[in-house]
Design a binder for this molecule. Structure first.
Ligand code: PRP
Ligand code: HPA
Ligand code: MG
Length: 179
């Protein structure tokens, strides 16, 4: 992996500690509420698996798959639903789980989309936030780490569908995508 990793941005240990804190906070905020945790595939897979095990209240989970990045490092801006929720979400409290908020276009689309289905509330938990690249003013309700404007891989995040399995968050070497 040294061939593609420029440097580690967030270590496994830092992620572990942060996920525990986020799980505690969410458990407190949603106690006595009917919470549906919605993971956004594929990027959120790893974070979702860790986060739900740090939540101490009863929850249900579901998944959506959307794609806007395709093969590259730039968002196309057009969000496509590749897999939708299994059930209706009317009057339910929804927590969207994302790996990263970058331009915000994916999240903006998802929040509007789920609100329009009559959810009681729609909030967002992301492990990474890259606010310097926003094209639309959205902010996560829960955030693990604010990161600089660099393309990152690992902990679910890919470059051209690769490197999702790396257990930390690392900066991708520029020469990998500037060939
Ligand atoms: O804030 P944005 O600029 O919209 O970027 C964030 C989104 O882009 C990535 O998904 P992607 O479309 O690459 O699909 P993937 O999760 O399958 O990698 C990431 O997982 C977020 O969903
Ligand atoms: O930095 C990133 N890495 C991987 N996928 C992404 N999707 C948005 N930003 C990123
Ligand atoms: Mg991607």
């Amino acid at each position: 992996m040294d061939k593609v990793i420029d440097r580690v941005l967030v270590s496994e240990e830092e992620i572990r500690t942060k996920v525990r804190e986020l799980g505690e906070q969410i458990s407190t905020d949603y106690q006595d509420k009917d919470l549906l945790v919605v993971g956004i595939l594929k990027g959120a897979l790893v974070f979702m698996a860790d986060l739900i095990r740090a939540i101490r209240i009863p929850i249900e989970i579901d998944f959506m798959a959307v794609s806007s990045y395709g093969q590259g490092t730039r968002s196309s801006g057009a969000v496509r639903i590749l897999k939708d929720l299994d059930r209706a979400i009317e009057n339910r409290h929804i927590l969207i789980v994302e790996d990263i908020v970058d331009t915000g276009l994916t999240l903006n689309y998802l929040v509007d989309n789920l609100k329009s289905r009559g959810a009681a509330s729609v909030k967002v938990c992301t492990i990474l936030d890259k606010p310097s690249r926003r094209k639309t003013p959205v902010a996560p309700d829960y955030n693990g780490f604010t990161i600089p404007d660099e393309f990152v891989i690992g902990y679910g995040l890919d470059y051209a569908e690769q490197y999702r399995h790396i257990p930390c968050v690392a900066v991708l070497k520029r020469e990998v995508y500037e060939k």
